[in-house]
Design a protein around this ligand. Structure first.
Ligand SMILES: NC(=O)c1ccc[n+]([C@@H]2O[C@H](COP(=O)([O-])OP(=O)(O)OC[C@H]3O[C@@H](n4cnc5c(N)ncnc54)[C@H](OP(=O)(O)O)[C@@H]3O)[C@@H](O)[C@H]2O)c1
Length: 354
């Protein structure tokens, strides 16, 4: 089955996604009978490109990495319109633009435009799910397309897939986690007596920190993830601005070292719980945790989330180090989900038995 793709955003994540689908081309075909063809790329300052027969994406990546612009000036709306005219059985917009913490835009408009054009949409941007989850889910449902966002929270950790696919009938009643790799890396470095600035610089050099690193440090990224998780898993209808939020700064060094001296750990903890009035409250706080707490043991870029559930008690899921590959993988896994949602042709046998 052929899927034509338009990439809206072609930065660190978008380019790694393009590389990963090339590396997994054989497996996508063998395991899922799926061929992905990138026909469009849109950026903000590096131009755009469209070729209905498939772009030379490696070349486009080299151009953008060298700071040059792609040749077309068409905007993302034009590209989505082009994609909607493709006669490929699957048309998918891959949204990886920069997080906007004021209102989640223009990513929400990109998702709306994709859905309204009859295209599926996958995104690693937290904005749509943190600011407009209910609306976009319902819009996609009415249009008969998928809106998926596994990469928006905790890179490749399959948190939304886990709850959707593996926990039927289970209610998530709360969660707490370490969900921001940049601040966890910095707190670990501070514990070891390192200075704040070089630890942050390492995360920026690795492409892990947000384009505007204050989004990580001030807790906005964690607040956006908290809102996204609470909206999807707990029906919260909140935005990142509703999350009670404190981040980390240079002053976190002495607190982190004092915590270690007492057998504890300072971690930036994101959490949500439902109050007696039924409303979900989100919190992001540097928190002193006992040394034996599962979240206290997370060092460097490690992330983990503990879900509090009604039927299964507490379930933890984590990863020891996130990277661009994990985020790109989340986008690919969403595309595989879209593929597996398509009705199988009569007489087809499942290719995977697990
Ligand atoms: N990096 C990570 O490890 C990671 C992990 C999970 C989730 N995410 C999320 O994934 C998204 C992308 O992250 P990234 O690291 O790839 O960021 P990035 O390197 O800054 O790339 C962002 C891309 O979006 C483009 N863009 C921005 N605004 C646009 C607009 N209005 N229309 C079209 N294109 C636009 C940029 O174009 P120009 O370069 O021309 O401005 C660039 O190509 C963000 O939302 C981020 O929060 C990132």
């Amino acid at each position: 089955l052929l899927a034509d793709l338009a990439l809206v955003g072609f930065g660190n994540v978008g380019r790694r996604f393009a590389g990963l689908i090339e590396e997994r081309r054989g497996r996508l075909a063998a395991d899922f009978d799926l061929t992905l063809r990138i026909c469009g790329i849109a950026t903000r300052r590096h131009g755009s490109a469209w070729d209905a027969g498939g772009l030379d994406v490696a070349r486009a990546a080299r151009e953008v990495e060298a700071g040059r612009a792609l040749t077309s000036a068409a905007g993302s709306a034009d590209l989505i319109a082009e994609l909607s005219r493709s006669d490929a059985p699957l048309r998918i917009v891959v949204e990886t633009t920069t997080l906007d913490i004021a209102a989640g835009q223009p990513a929400i408009d990109h998702v709306r435009a994709a859905i309204d054009a009859g295209c599926h949409v996958v995104t690693a941007n937290k904005g749509p799910v943190a600011f407009a989850y209910d609306e976009l889910r319902d819009r996609a449902g009415a249009a008969g397309v998928s809106f998926l966002f596994e990469g928006a929270v905790m890179d490749g950790i399959p948190i939304f897939n886990l709850v959707r696919e593996a926990l039927p009938l289970v209610d998530v009643i709360g969660f707490r986690g370490v969900v921001n790799a940049t601040t966890n890396h910095i707190l670990s470095a501070l514990e070891d007596g390192e200075a704040f600035a070089p630890a942050l610089a390492r995360m920026q050099a690795a492409g892990i920190a947000e384009a505007d690193a204050s989004l990580d440090l001030d807790g906005w990224d964690a607040a956006a993830k908290t809102a996204a998780l609470a909206n999807v898993l707990m029906g919260a209808r909140m935005t990142p601005h509703d999350v009670d939020r404190i981040g980390i700064d240079e002053g976190s060094g002495p607190r982190a070292r004092e915590a270690v001296a007492q057998g504890n750990r300072l971690r930036l903890v994101a959490s949500a719980s439902r109050g007696p009035d039924g409303r979900v409250r989100g919190l992001v706080r540097p928190t002193v945790l006992p040394g034996g707490d599962l979240l206290a043991g997370l060092t460097g870029q490690a992330n983990a989330l503990v879900l509090q559930t009604d039927l299964l008690g507490e379930i933890a899921i984590g990863q020891l180090g996130g990277s661009l590959t994990q985020t790109a993988y989340a986008l690919v896994s969403d595309i595989v989900t879209i593929r597996t949602r398509q009705p199988a042709p009569a007489g087809a046998r499942a290719r995977r038995t697990l």
